[in-house]
Design a protein around this ligand. Structure first.
Ligand code: MG
Length: 203
């Protein structure tokens, strides 16, 4: 399986990272399968970065193989949604961006993608879905999918021009405003509406 992620998909988050241009197309990157963490296992801070930041994101589970999917039919290609953390080594990312170099390492390192269990998509309104993250009991990030620059169906259509989507692939759909660093001992709890989806600690 593969993990495909969208960057820069919420305008208020783009402002906090000083990106002023609205992207013409979704910004896409990938994480390898070795990035996945499930079952609320702890996240071990890697030693190669001094600033690992959380990005809380709605994720989609692909349920059918597809290539060149049209946006109109894209909702036939995923069956469930969940919550994921797109952990990012922000210090390394800033170095790579300054050099114009690819940023895979800062996004795709081992365990950089903790994910929740999934909810059937029929149980939610994917285009108006609140999600949030608490750290140590305080809310640090809150978003609603209605604020996505590129909506879920457009993301699937765009990605599938380049990458054949296969059953079990996961798409991270971008993070809202409020990203920040984690430290050892932090306790992360993530919600979709009032459902607690993730609950793990940083070690
Ligand atoms: Mg992200």
């Amino acid at each position: 399986m593969k993990i495909i992620a969208v960057g820069w998909n919420y305008a208020e988050h783009n402002k906090e990272l000083n990106r002023i241009n609205i992207p013409e197309h979704p910004v896409i990157f990938m994480k390898p399968e070795t990035a996945l963490v499930r079952d609320n296992k702890p996240f071990y801070l890697p030693n190669f970065s001094n600033r690992i930041e959380y990005e809380t994101e709605i994720i989609l589970r692909i349920s059918k193989m597809g290539k060149n999917i049209s946006a109109k039919f894209a909702d036939r290609y995923y069956d469930a949604i969940g919550l994921g953390i797109d952990f990012t080594a922000r210090d390394l990312q800033n170095e790579f961006k300054a050099k114009g170099a690819p940023w895979e390492i800062c996004k795709g390192f081992d365990n950089s993608a903790p994910i929740s269990n999934f909810l059937p998509k029929e149980e939610v309104d994917i285009n108006n879905l609140n999600f949030s993250l608490n750290i140590n009991g305080e809310e640090v990030q809150r978003g609603n999918t209605k604020d996505m620059i590129f909506k879920v169906n457009d993301i699937i259509a765009y990605i599938s021009q380049f990458f054949t989507l296969k059953t079990g692939d996961i798409i991270f759909t971008g993070t809202p405003v409020g990203v920040g660093p984690v430290k050892i001992g932090d306790h992360l709890e993530g919600y979709i509406e009032h459902n607690k989806m993730i609950d793990f600690s940083v070690c």
